[in-house]
Design a protein around this ligand. Structure first.
Ligand code: OAD
Length: 248
């Protein structure tokens, strides 16, 4: 995988690097992307289930979907893309990892201080009293899972139409607008406010590159495109940077 010289030189000189990841970074772990073929559940699109409007009329279906996703995530492992980002963080003075993913694979790979814009799949709470509650409790045929207060248990993720955690979003925007290099990895760039980050970085003077086997809608904000799977591109990027450093 050839890494563009312009990106390599900007990375080598960078004081601050920010990375935004989407579902594509977990694709090679076997986690379906949101808009790829595997994203549907029993014929439903994620955006139809991952919202208060989807949960309220059919909590059993939504709970079943999240229990299915939690079982799947327990069975998969971080892939070379996740591990490459851990290595990259050690090569730059200031590194910020922002993710739209809720699978926890960055943390399992060893990335510290991940800014999770959309929450965490493996956390769950009562939708009424907000106390922590186990979404995996009991068998599927006893759904819906309820809190001891009687409220329905929901996953600890940010649903469509819900506000992101302000402090997490502000930290992500701060990282995007103060970095020298911004990498967008494995995201279609369709969901805001995460999708605004690459444009914010570019407007603030960062060199913006995308890692994606397919072109995304972020094209107008990009200085470079690394067209390939993150599990191949990111290890190659880190290896090239380590070699560049060794010969500097
Ligand atoms: P999408 O499914 O919209 O986009 C995944 C992107 O990953 C696509 O652009 C693919 O081309 C790319 N891709 C696929 N395989 C890849 C690989 N091996 N390496 C690199 N890229 C690859 O997922 P997101 O952009 O993450 O929101 O979706 C954003 C948000 O929409 C999600 O966080 C979720 C979803 O509904 C919430 O949960 C609120």
């Amino acid at each position: 995988m050839l890494i563009p010289d312009a990106l390599l030189h900007r990375l080598a000189a960078a004081r601050a690097v920010a990375v935004l990841t989407g579902a594509g970074v977990s694709a090679e772990s076997g986690v379906p992307t949101s808009r790829g073929a595997g994203g549907f559940y029993e014929g439903h699109r994620p955006e139809d289930l991952a919202s208060p409007e989807g949960f309220r009329p059919d909590p059993v279906l939504v709970q079943r979907w999240y229990r299915h996703r939690r079982r799947l995530v327990r069975e998969v492992a971080p892939n070379p893309a996740h591990h490459a980002l851990v290595r990259l963080a050690a090569l730059v003075p200031r590194f910020t990892l922002v993710t739209q993913n809720v699978d926890g694979l960055h943390e399992r790979a060893g990335s510290p201080h991940v800014l999770r814009l959309h929450g965490a799949l493996m956390e769950s709470r009562c939708a009424t009293c907000a106390r922590s509650a186990d979404l995996d409790a009991g068998p599927d045929d006893a759904l819906p899972v309820r809190c001891t207060c009687g409220g329905l248990v929901r996953p600890g993720v940010v649903w469509f139409g819900e506000a992101l955690l302000v402090d997490v979003l502000e930290a992500a925007e701060q990282a995007a607008t103060t970095c020298d290099v911004f990498l967008s990895v494995g995201t279609s760039g369709l969901v805001y406010p995460a999708a605004a980050l690459p444009g914010m970085a570019r407007a603030a003077g960062a060199f913006v590159a995308e890692v994606n086997p397919e072109p995304s809608v972020l094209a107008p904000h990009l200085d470079a495109v690394l067209a390939g799977p993150a599990g191949v591109v990111l290890p190659a990027l880190v290896a090239a940077l380590e070699t560049h450093r060794a010969h500097a």
